[in-house]
Design a protein around this ligand. Structure first.
Ligand code: ZN
Length: 473
């Protein structure tokens, strides 16, 4: 059989591909729960993008299925064949005022190899999904013999709760094998487990020179807090100068507002995604570390001490007794991301723990309880996380094939990559994430002025077509 020139096949369909992609990008598919209805569970936008995607598939002669406007799929190949899965998503993260162009009016700027397509969703994930879509379309149009059918599943809630995939799995069987074109090349074949561990503090009797009236930090479990606020009573004027010293010594920003014996301490750190907490400066733990230098009431002192001694500046669980390193997947990470304290009410710190193969959430919970027990602190794994790490070895045949194809089209070495999680790749029992961001490109996913190089969209489509065909022929 003659070699198929996948790049040529993609090139012949370049205008169609871009026209279809523009149609998807024009739909504002940010999750919009304010307008959610029974018909549109994520709001009208995500459903319209899903419908558009399925409409294209129907136009091109694929079997399609819409599962209540939450998720859907199309199929190619004999219905009885085992399915090879592809997983993308039609929802996007929100937009802000920092866009130069209208995020929902796609526009190509630059020429030739420098041409970039700007729009929300261009690189996450409508662009990569369309590249994979055209890969399947080409395989169909060439009428190539296949031994597995392709099932291309798209969701509308990837960016927040994955309600789409939960719904899908309640009603459809998830393919066992496959990949998700929703991350980076060369591949992501390892993803840590992701859990929330809530540590709840006791109310203790005993006064101090100062009283902790409230402590708050953090917006989301998967973000290292950028801001923290504590209200303290006592001789707070005496803390003002040391606080400013502490801020400048640690290159942080902040302010103190003093009203009589009450001081409100605000601290600004560097908020980052919890996947790599070493890149950030945790506003919550820094503020606790400062206040921990003073004599507080028993409850407040206990809260500040544990935070300062066990959660501050340590990202791998060492002080908690849960550090562990997997040779490929890396170490346990433990940023403390949600803080709440009130003297008579709730007192907790919730950690976003991510861990590789080789340690379990039961071990993490019991070790943390052992460590924190002397302080009366109780650690509990929250429901709704990803309890299992996901890892396909580097010598797995599918991983090997995907890396081979990547190497062939880029001339770069294709090595396995493990991350803090979580991509759609982990939904498939034998799944990975594969593209479409090339490692030498900056990521603009989730950022204003998101773009994708037009050449990268086309190259990904060729890589996907070649890889999928090798895996299903
Ligand atoms: Zn995505």
């Amino acid at each position: 059989m003659t070699q198929i020139d996948w790049e040529k096949e993609v090139d012949a369909r370049k205008d169609d591909l871009l026209a279809d992609l523009f149609e998807l990008l024009k739909i504002n598919s940010v999750k919009d729960m304010a307008h959610a209805t029974e018909e549109f569970p994520m709001g009208p936008g995500p459903a319209k993008a899903l419908q558009k995607f399925l409409e294209l598939a129907e136009r091109d002669g694929f079997r399609t299925k819409n599962l209540d406007n939450l998720a859907g799929h199309f199929e190619y190949g004999d219905e009885d064949l085992e399915a090879f899965g592809l997983l993308g998503h039609m929802d996007t993260v929100p937009v802000d005022d920092n866009w130069v162009t209208n995020p929902f009016v796609p526009v190509i700027k630059g020429e030739g190899a420098e041409a970039k397509l700007y729009a929300r969703g261009a690189s996450d994930d409508k662009g990569p999904s369309m590249a994979a879509y055209y890969a399947v379309k080409i395989i169909k149009e060439l009428g190539l013999p296949i031994s597995k059918k392709i099932r291309f599943i798209v969701g509308t809630d990837e960016e927040s709760g994955w309600a789409c995939m939960n719904h899908y799995m309640e009603h459809e069987e998830m393919p066992k094998y496959g990949f998700s074109p929703d991350a980076e090349f060369p591949i992501i074949n390892g993803e840590k487990a992701i859990i929330g561990v809530k540590t709840t503090f006791p109310t203790l009797d005993g006064e101090g020179e100062y009283k902790l009236e409230s402590f708050k930090a953090g917006m989301a479990l998967n973000m290292v807090p950028a801001a923290a606020t504590a209200v303290v009573t006592g001789d707070v004027a005496a803390l003002e100068a040391p606080f400013n010293d502490f801020l400048s010594k640690n290159e942080l920003k902040g302010s103190v507002k003093i009203e009589g014996d009450k001081g409100t301490f605000a601290l600004e750190g560097v908020g980052v995604h919890a996947m790599d907490p070493t890149l950030g400066k945790n506003a919550g733990t820094f503020l606790a570390a400062f206040l921990n230098n003073y004599k507080f009431d028993a409850s407040g002192a206990n809260y500040l001490k544990v935070t300062a001694d066990y959660y501050h500046l340590d990202h791998d669980g060492g002080p908690l007794g849960i550090s562990y390193v997997h040779p490929v997947m890396g170490n346990v990470t433990t940023p403390a991301n949600l803080f709440e304290y009130s003297p008579e009410g709730e007192k907790y710190v919730t950690l976003n723990v991510r861990y590789p193969d080789g340690i379990t959430y039961q071990e993490i919970e019991s070790k943390m309880n052992e460590t924190l027990n002397p302080f009366g602190v109780k650690a509990e794994v929250e429901e709704g996380g990803h309890l299992e790490p996901h890892y396909l070895p580097g010598d797995d045949p599918m991983v090997r094939t995907l890396l081979d194809v990547y190497e062939q089209y880029t001339g770069e070495k294709g090595e396995e990559v493990s991350i803090g999680g979580g991509t759609y790749g982990r939904i498939l029992e034998h799944g990975v994430a594969y593209g479409a961001l090339f490692p030498w490109r900056e990521s603009t996913m989730h950022q204003p002025n998101e773009y994708m190089y037009v050449d990268d969209i086309l190259k990904s489509a060729a890589i996907y077509a070649d890889a999928i065909y090798r895996l299903i022929k």
